[in-house]
Design a protein around this ligand. Sequence first.
Ligand SMILES: Nc1ncnc2c1ncn2[C@@H]1O[C@H](COP(=O)(O)OP(=O)(O)OP(=O)(O)O)[C@@H](O)[C@H]1O
Length: 233
Amino acid sequence: MNDRMPIIRLSNVSANVRLPNGDKLTTVRNASVEFEKGTSTAIVGKSGSGKTSIASIIGLLNAQFSGTLEFNGESVDGWSDARRTKFRCAHIGFVFQNYSLIPHLRVVENVALPLEYSRKYTKRKMHRRISNALQSVGLSDRASAFPSSLSGGEQQRVAIARALVTGPDIIICDEPTGALDTETGNAVADLLFDRVNQDHTTLILVTHDPQLASKCQRQIIMERGELHAQNDH
Ligand SMILES: Nc1ncnc2c1ncn2[C@@H]1O[C@H](COP(=O)(O)OP(=O)(O)OP(=O)(O)O)[C@@H](O)[C@H]1O
């Protein structure tokens, strides 16, 4: 891996969706941005400005876009679904606003999912990684619980454990604290920033919350699908 190269680079990325009435809506318009390894970036902007859309593209959850997306200088153009999934499992942790936990799986089984998809861990290594991930979010004692018996903050911490369990280079969070009270939200945010500070993880945070955004090294504003740099500090 070349350290001088941005870990993520978007060049002229645009995306459209087709509305039920047949009209075309541009969700991301000509976005060009780079993310350096070990940095934190907030993507802020009004509801409907395209934040989730661009996060989904960067997280390889949506392949329907034009322009170029590169990881460590390699374009994902032409990657098969299998290649995208493999890369996502190995390198990207995604935290969704609504937690997206599987309700009929216990906490431990939810956290195990990315390890199972990647198929490269022995049972023993999986067990160790899951224990460490649950410990890091303070939920070791809830491993056997089902998501419905947990509070919102606990469910979001499980979602973060699931995103962290593979030791990803990149964490993308879509409103990770949106459903949480301030104190719980701060605790969840601390977990994410710890990864940036301790492991040089690259954090991309989609948020409405100016206080959370201000904890990031850089803020980018989205307006009607366009990205605008805000500040670097
Ligand atoms: N699959 C889809 N079908 C129709 N419209 C869509 C679809 N996906 C996104 N949109 C529209 O595209 C625009 C951008 O949506 P997006 O979810 O990216 O915005 P956002 O900034 O994340 O909003 P929020 O802060 O409310 O989550 C919105 O107007 C949304 O309604």
